[in-house]
Design a protein around this ligand. Structure first.
Ligand code: PAF
Length: 283
């Protein structure tokens, strides 16, 4: 596996790979790789000849009082995991290399950036859209794979790609869970033993909603009430939101329609750690 740090180097290599008529698969990450990320690499490998993984903790997508400084950065381990998963190229630029002097251009994806994560983290999606566009311009992938755990981010990336006519296929990959149901996340390491134990309530709440859907419940408010009641049975969990949104534009839905795909999204705090989870369903 080749490790590159310079944006220009990656862009030149991507150009060479394209000239050889090979397909490039790309997995952008912030490192602290876990099985969720490795599943994205596996999907990229199935769809491309050469797989690139980026490891970059993007300062632009963190708010002032967020966890940019303490975000885990086990770089050597990430290199080893990416190599074992079959990545061909790992791109790990410094912030100075990626955001050169005088940097002042940002990408704003208006509507999808509002609400949910956008309410709690007002500049987050501007940072995500900007870095993802830069990384796509450097890696020049035919296909890029993103996890469905960050469902709002995935919808935003799809919107940006459509709006800006980017020539890349965006693939969403299913959430990978721990054996007890907790969605894998690089931030799970922040949880205390008690928080880690109780955090499984998010998965259990989604499973309750899934069972209700399977039994014919079609009222979004009733489904949300079920999720809220289940999560409130754990005193150390503070729910930020639970909502049902249309998969493609992330708009909240007053009524479920057959033939459509939705996400039941939720975010909750356990101590200082915010966790996201969701259930994707079609009617
Ligand atoms: O999902 C992430 O890890 C990040 O938001 C991403 C897409 C790598 C952009 O920094």
């Amino acid at each position: 596996m080749k490790i590159l740090n310079e944006p220009k180097e990656l862009q030149r290599l991507a150009e060479t790979i394209r000239l050889q008529e090979k397909r490039i698969g790309f997995v952008p990450t912030m490192g602290a790789l876990h099985d969720g990320h490795l599943s994205l690499v596996k999907i990229a490998k199935q769809r491309a000849d050469v797989v690139m993984v980026s490891v970059f903790v993007n300062p632009l997508q963190f708010g002032k009082n967020e966890d940019f400084e303490r975000y885990p950065r086990p770089f050597e381990r990430d290199v080893e995991l990416a190599r074992l998963a079959g990545a061909d190229i790992l791109f790990a630029p410094s912030a100075a290399a990626l955001y050169g002097e005088g940097f002042q251009t940002f990408v704003e994806v208006r509507e999808i950036s509002k609400g949910f994560e956008g309410d709690v983290r007002p500049t987050h999606f501007r940072g995500v859209a900007t870095v993802v566009l830069k990384l796509l311009n450097l890696a020049k992938p035919h296909v890029a794979v993103f996890g469905e755990k960050d469902a709002q981010q995935l919808a935003l990336v799809r919107r940006m790609v459509a709006d800006l006519n980017l020539d890349v296929e965006i693939v969403g990959a299913p959430i990978v869970r721990e054996p007890d149901g907790l969605a894998m996340s690089s931030r799970n390491v922040y949880l205390s033993a008690e928080e880690r134990r109780e955090a499984t309530i998010l998965y259990r709440a989604l499973q309750e909603a899934k069972r209700a859907l399977e039994s014919g419940e079609r009222n979004p408010d009733a489904l949300k009430r079920l999720v809220v009641a289940t999560i409130s049975s754990v005193p150390i969990a503070t729910l930020d939101y639970a909502e049902i949104v249309c998969a493609e534009d992330f708009s909240p839905t007053p009524a479920l329609q057959s033939g459509k795909t939705y996400f039941l999204i939720l975010a909750a705090r356990f101590g200082k750690t915010r966790l996201l989870d969701n259930l994707r369903f079609s009617l």
